[in-house]
Write a protein that binds this ligand. Structure first.
Ligand code: MTE
Ligand code: MO
Length: 303
């Protein structure tokens, strides 16, 4: 087995793995858990890193999800109230088959894979997360992207009754994100429906969220309810709030600092008090897969 083909079970302490396996193997658990777990036996992806994943605890207690508050511990505390079933996604704009798709229909025929990705927040901390998901390209191909579509726009649920952060004007709701069509079609770009072989925890963006591993974490929009194929670059939440600090592209780039801090290095969550910061990698280490998307582009101007 080559390093790039390791799955989280290969790098997770055995007892933890066995516990989860036992859980998952429980006949009832499998059925009750629904489509997110249906095919977790899928082979680990060649896109997975062999770096040690963060623990389930770390991944689910240190979060950014402003709909549930701005503190890192607020999402774990408040997201339990979110109703994630039923869930549907509106797919509209420049597509052949627009409509309101139930989550099960969105996932229909999309092969689930484990993807162990580095995850780099613009705030200069990072984690390694074993996502379960499928390529966004698979869904876009299924709904039929029209030639005039150049970008994909995403929106998060607005439900202030269940999302206390939305009762305050912290951000302009709904949270919005966007990708250029070629970025959206890149095989690294996934819609994730779980992590560590379990259904997506609510604080991580249940039941379905975007993951774009070569971009700063805020591009990976959570709890998605709308995907629109559009001709023009869409409005995105952090760019709307502070355009001089957060660009549309927001590719991880150690050479382009945030106006208020360096992006040259990062703090790996869970590394311990005495571990030093580590160097941030160009495109978060996915240069080989995505550099060609930006050939000839000025990455300082297009931050
Ligand atoms: N809807 C929504 N999506 C969001 C956010 C948010 O506040 N609301 N925060 C973003 C930011 S800044 C980061 S770093 C990641 C955090 O994902 P995680 O909590 O699963 O690690 O979610 C991103 N997606
Ligand atoms: Mo972030």
């Amino acid at each position: 087995m080559t390093a790039s083909k390791l799955g989280w079970s290969d790098v997770t302490p055995k007892s933890l793995f066995l516990n989860r396996r036992t859980l998952i193997a429980g006949a009832g658990a499998m059925l009750a858990a629904g489509p997110a777990l249906a095919r977790i036996d899928a082979a680990p992806s060649v896109f997975s890193t062999d770096e040690t994943p963060n623990t389930f605890e770390e991944i689910t207690t240190y979060n950014n999800f402003y709909e549930f508050g701005t503190g890192k511990e607020d999402p774990a505390r408040n997201a339990g109230a979110l109703t994630t079933d039923p869930w549907s996604i509106v797919i509209d704009g420049l597509v052949d088959r627009p409509g309101t798709y139930d989550l099960a229909d969105v996932m229909k025929d999309q092969p689930l894979e484990e993807r162990i990705y580095r995850f780099r927040c613009v705030e200069a901390w990072s984690m390694v997360i074993p996502w379960i998901g499928f390529e966004l390209a698979g869904l876009l191909n299924r709904v039929g992207v029209q030639p005039s579509a150049k970008y994909v726009a995403f929106e998060t649920l607005v439900r202030p009754e269940e999302m206390p952060g939305q009762r305050q004007p912290i951000l302009e709701w709904p949270y919005r994100e966007g990708l250029r069509l070629d970025e959206a079609m890149n095989p690294l770009t996934i819609l994730a429906t779980g992590l560590y072989g379990e259904e997506m925890p609510k604080q991580n963006g249940a039941p379905i969220r975007l993951v774009v591993p070569w971009k700063y974490g805020f591009k990976s929009i959570k709890s998605v309810v709308r995907i629109s194929l559009v001709a023009d670059q869409p409005q995105t939440t952090w760019n709307m709030l502070q355009p001089s600090e957060y660009g549309f592209f927001s590719n991880v780039n150690p050479q382009v600092d945030h106006p208020r801090w360096s992006q040259a290095s990062e703090r790996r969550i869970g590394a311990g008090l005495f571990a030093g910061r580590q160097d941030t990698l160009m495109f978060n280490g996915y240069e080989e897969q995505v550099a060609s998307l930006y050939a000839g582009m000025d990455l300082v101007a297009n931050y």
